[in-house]
Design a binder for this molecule. Structure first.
Ligand SMILES: [Cu+2]
Length: 282
């Protein structure tokens, strides 16, 4: 009996999730997006975690954004989990005009709007071959962001599972034969073409349909920002990135149809977006 209770205790201790950490930040709200439960904050150094930066943060509850406006000065509590970060508390301390000097890292105006041409970057695929987005002219494209080391099952691995399901769906739907899938890794330091190739094989990605690409760290930062994606190493481990997610549908002329932020969409949602995008002319 005694032995059993010891074993149970060990099991419980092992399954406990990784601890979260909390930081205080001071900054200014630049934009409020209640529908995305997101707020764009320009903040000072977060001691022990992050240098001064402007980036979008998820809030624990969109109700926290009621009455908040661009220009509000705030103090906030940032909760950092293993792979995600969000604000759990926001207190308004004042209001000031927004000073646009100093180059924020991502602003709302950086993020592509529907109808805009998706800019290209030097993307390299899992065969170490150049794979520019211009090569997809004439194809509707679903593009998502991920990295292969992601430890959070409902983040990047979910994007992989969703794309695998979409690959299956487009193969059996005659009207979707032109669709191509592109998974973009924002972790070029680890996700070399060889690593991406193994990952693609593990997912049974059909090389005719689904490609895995990455770019230099600099190019990737600018490219992912267009989709509202940021990825910064966690302080615990350089192998773990604090990041958000974004999945885009691009039409056959290379223009953005829609962006689905986060992980709440389903393969059926994306298939509907793809069907709504005009099929390429033959
Ligand atoms: Cu991830």
């Amino acid at each position: 009996m005694r032995r059993l209770s010891v074993a149970l205790f060990v099991l419980t201790a092992c399954s406990r999730s990784a601890p979260t950490r909390e930081y205080q930040l001071q900054g200014q709200i630049l934009d409020v997006k209640p529908e995305r439960s997101e707020v764009l904050v320009k903040h000072g150094d977060i001691k022990g975690f992050m240098p001064a930066m402007t980036m979008p943060y998820k809030v624990q509850d969109s109700k926290m954004l009621a009455g908040k406006e661009p220009g509000d000065l705030i103090t906030a509590t940032l909760v950092v989990g293993e792979t995600e970060a969000h604000l759990s508390k926001i207190d308004k301390t004042g209001h000031a005009p927004i000073d646009n000097t100093g180059g924020p890292d991502i602003t709302e105006s950086d993020i592509l709007k529907p109808g805009e041409p998706v800019p290209d970057t030097k993307l390299v695929d899992e065969n170490n071959a150049a794979r520019p987005l211009t090569a997809y002219k004439g194809h509707r494209v679903a593009l998502t962001f991920m990295y292969t080391r992601c430890p959070q099952p409902d983040f990047c691995p979910l994007m992989d599972r969703n794309f695998a399901a979409i690959q299956g769906e487009i193969k059996k739907t005659p009207g979707l034969g032109d669709v191509r899938l592109v998974s973009v890794s924002f972790d070029p330091a680890n996700d070399t073409p060889a690593v991406l190739k193994t990952h693609a094989k593990d997912l049974k990605a059909d090389p005719a349909v689904w490609h895995f690409v990455t770019a230099s760290a600099d190019d990737m930062k600018g490219f992912s920002a267009k989709f509202g994606v940021t990825a910064v190493p966690s302080t615990e481990s350089a192998a773990v990135l604090i990041h958000n997610l974004s999945t885009a549908v691009i039409d056959a002329d290379g223009r953005l149809v829609t962006i689905r932020p986060g992980n709440m969409w389903t393969p059926a949602d994306l298939i509907a977006d793809l069907k709504a995008a005009p099929a390429p002319a033959h």
